[in-house]
Design a protein around this ligand. Structure first.
Ligand code: 5GP
Ligand code: MN
Length: 337
């Protein structure tokens, strides 16, 4: 495994290299923003054969991102995607560090002879990469892409499109600049991106004030009818059935942010959202305080993530999953008192 600085001369020596940029399934703004920011930078530098390959679709609220129309969705282009991976010289893996996070694409990437580059901020990298730029001590993958570009070509290489993409990822991964991960360095990067054309106010609007009426009603329904608080364990939970997802026409990305509402309740330090995704129950964990969300997700729900924001899944029914959760939770009372 080598550091990313060593990759730069290698890339410089072959501008016609076939480059794939991929990111985790159901990409969020940090995943797609970092991918498209890097894509535009590489294009600007003359790497013509560069493509963003997403393992799945993503929310429509991300479709304003510059370059988004050229992203290839592997779900709809399995043959083309497979062929691209087979021919790739470099595969950049952004905002994830375990190949299981890109579904079927993971096996293809693992088998590929391409040079694999991982740029990421999640804990416990699996180690499939040849080059890496990795730390958990950063706000986001977009921040790391900004640093990579500056390291390679200096700040002037960041154009308005890149600035918009990177701004979106830093903003969303920091909960609009409020999480612990935000430092003076984060704000300096943001200031610089705005100077280079990032439309800060417009991006907040595009990402936060752009819900469908159904999505807004769905949030209201969840808050009014689905939220439960377990006060003695400082925990809030919500669970959503398949029928409710259909009733409110919930699309990819529409449940993003829902888990955070629980943390808005006075005294709550751990919030959990269970969603019945047919084959699996997907679970989101969010903490504020000393609850180790990633350890909990890993030990009980086959997942992982960050200390205060993690996810997992269960193959049991929604009801059985919630019941199991409620049985386990008291064991963690020490973290929730
Ligand atoms: P979310 O709740 O938004 O789906 O995920 C929150 C965080 O947990 C993300 O940063 C993601 O990396 C991590 N995460 C979510 N689901 C999983 C999972 O199934 N396995 C692992 N290892 N991490 C996950
Ligand atoms: Mn991220």
């Amino acid at each position: 495994m080598k550091e990313i600085q060593e990759l730069i001369p290698l890339l410089e020596s072959n501008k016609s290299a076939n480059i794939i940029i991929t990111t985790h399934h159901k990409p969020d703004a940090d995943a797609l923003g970092s991918s498209l920011g890097l894509w535009k930078f590489l294009k600007n530098q003359g790497f013509e054969n560069t493509r963003v390959l997403s393992p799945t679709d993503y929310g429509t609220f991300l479709k304003w991102m510059p370059g988004e129309a050229e992203v290839l969705n592997f779900e709809y282009a399995v043959h083309r995607g497979t062929d691209m991976v087979a021919k790739a010289d470099y595969i950049f893996c952004l905002d994830f560090n375990a190949l299981s996070r890109i579904n079927e694409l993971g096996d293809l990437v693992r088998a590929s002879n391409a040079v694999k580059v991982m740029i990421d901020h999640h804990q416990e990298p699996e180690g499939f990469d040849d080059y890496r730029y990795w730390t958990t001590q950063t706000s986001s993958t977009c921040q790391l892409i900004e640093e990579f570009i500056v390291m390679w070509k200096g700040r002037d290489a960041i154009d308005k499109d890149i600035a918009n993409c990177l701004y979106a990822g830093i903003m969303t991964d920091t909960g609009s600049f409020r999480f612990d991960s935000v430092t003076p360095h984060t704000h300096r990067t943001i200031a610089d991106l705005i100077e280079r054309g990032a439309e800060n106010s417009r991006i907040h609007q595009l990402l936060h004030d752009n819900f469908t009426f159904d999505r807004m009603r769905f949030i209201g329904h969840c808050l009014a009818n689905k939220l439960e608080v377990i006060p003695e364990l400082k925990t809030a939970i919500m669970y959503v059935s398949r029928e409710e997802l259909v009733e409110y026409k919930i699309q990819t990305g529409d449940t993003e942010g829902l888990v955070n509402y629980g943390l808005g309740i006075e005294g709550v330090e751990f919030s959990v959202l269970f969603i019945d995704r047919t084959k699996l129950v997907k679970i989101s964990f969010r903490g504020q305080g000393k609850f180790p969300c990633n350890t909990f997700a890993k030990e009980h729900f086959n997942g992982g993530g960050h200390f205060s924001a993690a996810g997992g899944a269960s193959e049991e029914s929604l009801e059985a999953t919630v019941e199991r959760f409620k049985r386990i939770l008291p064991e963690y009372k020490n973290y929730l008192s």
